[in-house]
Design a protein around this ligand. Structure first.
Ligand SMILES: Cc1cc2nc3c(=O)[nH]c(=O)nc-3n(C[C@H](O)[C@H](O)[C@H](O)COP(=O)(O)OP(=O)(O)OC[C@H]3O[C@@H](n4cnc5c(N)ncnc54)[C@H](O)[C@@H]3O)c2cc1C
Length: 439
């Protein structure tokens, strides 16, 4: 191969999706992969597109966010999704795969593309993009050498090495009768939603929190540093029954209009998107298992039926401060032609990483064809996820997965979760079809 028309670094989920899509559209691609010479602490296989942990790509039901994301990807010509479906294992409505077989199918697809040249070996510096665009998709465990080059490129403080995420819930699932909007001592606008707890409710909540089952850290994650200012909420609960009531759940200055008094404790919720459909649990970064997060946080009266758009997490995770570092098209603000894709942009999850690779490749194809790149409609999960990540406050970005709460609210009122999901899917797929037809 002579000069490639595009370079992709990292043959993971995002990188393979991007490389296969670029090649299918006639671009010669050089795909760099460090395995087997070097591998991250989570990678075991020698092949590409390795699923590093669970073998589930989650739901296929189009009335769920993960199912709709897959339907959108299919419409946009995803290359990896059909390969995953070709090696699906029986798993009810989830798409579970045999990881080794999936990786082998992706390897065969790369091999079959004469326009793709796979180059083995670690890349330690960012590519020059004067002659051809490049996508960096080296994942959440990007090593020191390339990680250092990326940090030098985007600037200190524009990169995170750990996430400490609090759960996010949807506004429509909260019990409005048990909430009040207020800021502490009435200062400024009443920007927070406050979920009050009386003494018994608080004590039960703290006891459940301290005893709840945590996600076991893998060996290489055992050293995740906890900063005193953002300790997991269950660690604070363990320190003593009143620690949270004097910390992130302190009630001072928050008068509950229902009682005219400060409650014993308050969980505050902070708005996470402009539409006000998503709210984060302030100070509740956590390492509890997901089922435990649902069980324990639903003990707070206002959250009794809370739907979780994102679960809390604390783990090693290398990701960019998207709003500061990248354009909405995943391109560096400092170097034309240099894009990033996959989990390192802040998307969270296997299918989201595939989606990010697909979008990065589409933007390169648009440029190549002298078409203005354009994001998918905001009513699609793809469009909404990118807008959410790109629109976060600089320096405060946290990873995000696909969730219906990212989408603009639906007109009218629908009761059931399934009914709402089906309506979101119908609107999204219709808008996506119209957008594709117009391009
Ligand atoms: C431990 C762990 C467990 C996870 N479990 C799940 C899960 O169960 N479900 C889920 O949905 N998501 C999970 N995720 C999150 C995320 O979905 C995966 O990390 C996903 O694989 C990210 O895709 P990616 O393409 O961004 O990166 P990866 O799939 O990690 O791909 C990056 C590729 O780049 C290569 N590479 C890295 N550095 C270089 C370099 N310098 N030069 C050349 N090649 C390089 C790597 O070898 C790898 O092949 C997990 C993440 C981690 C870290």
């Amino acid at each position: 191969m002579g000069t490639p028309a595009a370079t992709v670094i990292g043959a993971g989920l995002a990188g393979c999706e991007a490389a296969l899509l670029l090649a299918a559209n006639g671009l010669a691609v050089r795909l760099h992969e460090q395995k087997p010479e070097r591998r991250s602490p989570a990678h075991r296989l020698d092949g590409p597109a390795e699923l590093v942990c669970s073998n589930s790509l989650k739901s296929t039901r189009v009335d769920t966010a993960q199912g709709l994301l897959k339907a959108e990807l299919r419409r946009l010509g995803s290359r990896l999704l059909p390969l995953a479906e070709a090696c699906a294992l029986p798993a009810g409505t989830a798409l579970a795969v045999d990881p080794a077989r999936f990786s082998a199918l992706v390897a065969a697809a790369l091999d079959a593309e004469s326009a793709i040249e796979v180059v083995r070996g670690e890349v330690t510096d960012l590519p020059d993009t004067a002659a051809a665009p490049a996508i960096v998709a080296t994942g959440p465990l990007t090593g020191e050498a390339l990680g250092g080059a990326i940090e030098a490129h985007v600037g200190r403080g524009r990169l995170s090495f750990y996430d400490a995420v609090a759960p996010t819930v949807t506004r429509e699932s909260l019990d409005e009768a048990r909430l009040f909007a207020a800021s502490r001592y009435g200062k400024g606008d009443p920007d927070y939603l406050n979920a009050p707890l009386d003494t018994d409710e608080y004590r039960d909540f703290v006891a459940a929190l301290a005893a709840a089952e945590r996600f076991p850290a893998r060996g290489f994650e055992a050293g995740v540093p906890f900063f005193e200012s953002c300790l997991p909420v269950e660690v604070l609960a363990e320190r003593g029954p009143e620690t949270l009531a004097h910390g992130p759940m302190r009630p001072v200055g928050l008068t509950d209009p229902a009682t005219g008094r400060w409650p014993h404790a308050v969980l505050q919720l902070r708005r996470e998107n402009a539409a006000g459909t998503l709210w984060g649990l302030v100070g509740c970064q956590t390492q509890l298992r997901r089922g435990e997060q649902r069980r324990v946080f639903r003990m707070i009266p206002a959250l009794a039926r809370a739907e979780f758009a994102r679960y809390g997490a604390v783990h090693r995770n290398f990701f960019l401060d998207w709003p500061a570092a990248l354009t909405p098209f995943q391109e560096s603000r400092r170097q034309r032609g240099l894009s990033f894709a996959g989990q390192m942009t802040g998307v969270e999850g296997y299918v989201e990483s595939v989606a990010s690779g697909l979008l990065a490749a589409r933007h390169i194809l648009d440029r190549h064809a002298n078409r203005e790149p354009e994001l998918p409609p905001e009513t699609t999960l793809l469009g909404a996820l990118v807008r959410f990540l790109a629109g976060q406050e600089e320096g405060r970005g946290q990873p995000m997965n696909a969730a219906f709460g990212l989408l603009p609210p639906l007109p009218g009122r629908r009761r059931g979760k399934r009914e709402r999901g089906a309506a979101h899917a119908e609107r999204s797929l219709a808008d996506l079809a119209a957008w594709l037809a117009a391009r």
